[in-house]
Design a protein around this ligand. Structure first.
Ligand SMILES: Cc1ncc(COP(=O)(O)O)c(CNOCC(=O)O)c1O
Length: 399
């Protein structure tokens, strides 16, 4: 008898299955609308010029402990400025515990482990729907999950009143995961006014807000605008947690560069919290990788490279917005009977199309177009070359 005869096949990640189906289809018309990774108008992954410039500056530099350690410290310092604002009290007083994380996934997991250890009675309220991996991360950290309503099927928009009811009805001091911008998978964000109301209610209920920010600069193309939810909560005095990722916004998917920050009452508490986060990380993976941190801190630490990055992030978000407009216009020009406004109302990488499983199957079988069965379209997969074909196919299956 083998040691692992009892080990069954793990359930497939729904997003990976979409890419596998796409790759298995040799038809030249095939389109992959699954994975949320940016592609240029030729469907190619993009290496940002600011990254190439940073690579050139780093190439050949000795990876002395001090340099890579500096890279990590600088990464945290620059990430926190991005999230909370250069001139925020948080940054000036240093009243935060900040650590480099293994990208956004690692930042969420590190927080979930910390939450279980130091708030053992707490649960995590996740929006319905949310990024599929959020459920796995808090499950493996053994933090019980609850949900709160977010998406309104009827309006294909935010179900604000239902969200507020769930926030109100949750026990005081509950932990909530919030997407500050470019909600995955719906692309629907609360308005500034709605964020203010949510923040107010969180104060009344003394809830803990955990922001998972994987798309700052990618939703609107404006770093400050995309962080407005966090700034509102900060202004209201919330002590938040925040996971940051540079996968999408700097095209550094494989470098696994992220940051976890937890706001504290003062520097002493921050020192204690940071020491605990580092201890959890040490037992998980020792230290985070150096190269990606060095790239990001080189870019963010140099005014010229940072402004180049801001421009390049806007180019990426502009391309996505153009594809949203093109897809909606095409569908309307085809005389579709449906309202496709949500395609351009939604922001960021994803369009929550509202297509049903039967229509999605037809798109795959008859038109070689692949997307997850929740109807989420990664707009990065849409190009000027395939948007007409895509619109026609969607029109055909929704007639
Ligand atoms: C909200 C959110 N948090 C965190 C992450 C984690 O990304 P990373 O660990 O690469 O930083 C992601 C990346 N999503 O993956 C793309 C997809 O849904 O197809 C994310 O969307």
């Amino acid at each position: 008898v083998g040691w692992w005869d009892n080990v069954g096949l793990a359930p497939k990640d729904p997003l990976l299955s979409v890419t596998e189906a796409f790759i298995a289809d040799a038809n030249p018309n095939n389109i992959n609308l699954g994975v949320g990774a940016f592609r240029d108008d030729e469907g190619k992954p993009l290496v940002l010029q600011c990254v190439r410039d940073a690579e050139a500056r780093i190439a050949g530099a000795e990876y002395l402990e001090s340099i890579s350690r500096q890279g990590t410290l600088k990464l945290v310092e620059e990430s926190v400025k991005l999230a909370y604002g250069e001139n925020s009290d948080v940054v000036k007083e240093g009243s935060f515990a900040g650590v480099q994380a293994i990208s956004g996934t690692g930042a969420c997991r590190l927080f979930a482990e910390f939450q279980r250890r130091f708030q053992p009675e707490s649960r995590i309220y996740l929006p319905v729907p949310t990024w599929s991996n959020h459920h796995n991360i808090w499950r493996d950290a053994q933090v019980p999950q609850r949900t709160f309503q977010y998406y309104n099927l009827a309006s294909k928009g935010l179900h604000f009143s239902a969200l507020m009811d769930d926030v109100k009805n949750a026990p005081n001091h509950s932990f909530f995961l919030l997407h500050p911008c470019a909600h995955n998978p719906t692309g629907i964000d609360p308005t500034e006014e709605q964020w203010r109301e949510i923040s107010y209610l969180f104060k009344v209920k003394n809830h803990f807000p955990f922001f998972d920010m994987a798309y700052q600069g990618f939703a609107s193309g404006d770093l400050e605008k995309d962080a407005q939810a966090i700034r509102i909560f900060l202004d209201d005095g919330h002590l938040i947690g925040c996971a940051q990722s540079f996968s999408k916004t700097m095209g550094l998917y494989g470098q696994r560069v992220g940051c976890l920050s937890v706001l504290c009452v003062d520097k002493n508490q921050a020192t204690a919290v940071k020491s605990q986060l580092q201890q959890i990380a040490r037992a998980m993976y020792g230290n985070p990788p150096a190269h990606g941190a060095l790239l990001v801190s080189t870019i963010l630490g140099d005014p010229g490279l940072k402004s180049l990055w801001v421009k390049e992030a806007k180019v990426m978000s502009d391309r996505i917005m153009k594809m949203r407009a093109a897809l909606r216009d095409n569908l309307e020009r085809l005389g579709s009977a449906f309202n496709w406004e949500h395609i351009t109302n939604q922001v960021g990488m994803f369009c929550y199309s509202g297509l049903n499983p039967e229509q999605i199957d037809r798109l795959g079988n008859e038109f070689h177009i692949y997307m997850p069965n929740d109807g989420r379209i990664s707009m990065a997969g849409v190009t000027t070359g395939n948007v007409d074909y895509l619109a026609n196919a969607i029109h055909e299956v929704t007639k």
